[in-house]
Design a protein around this ligand. Sequence first.
Ligand code: DQA
Length: 148
Amino acid sequence: MAEPLRVLVVHGPNLNTLGTREPDVYGSLTVDDINEELGKVASGANAELEFFQSNHEGALIDRIQEARSWADGVLINPAGLTHTSIALRDALVATELPVVEVHLSNVHTRETFRHHSYVSGVALGVIAGFGASSYRLGLQALLESLSE
Ligand code: DQA
């Protein structure tokens, strides 16, 4: 069997409160539920995932920097940092890894401050608006692209 593809899955600030946070917007699944779903996709696709959630920009950047040494790609929901963080974007670029950006909600139908993403311009692709399925679709797209 070929070497497994290794993906860092990153959840940004406040995603640790999924399940109880604005469930009408973000759904009722917790971050652990989402990770479990992603794990199922990965095990059927010869992929290995490492999960990381933090509410701290610097901690997210540290983990993304480390990924350069072991990962094949990054799946990220940058959450609120999507719309504010040049530093997070710079860290993603510096990894030289393909990045897929995902959002539970369709950020383009929401407040205008959510319409701009600092990450999208350096991402392979973006999936938004499908709830937890955005992560699954994003992971599948990333793995397919890595296998090409
Ligand atoms: C989000 C959308 C962001 O605008 C928001 O700040 C989040 C979650 C989403 O998954 O829909 O925290 O990234």
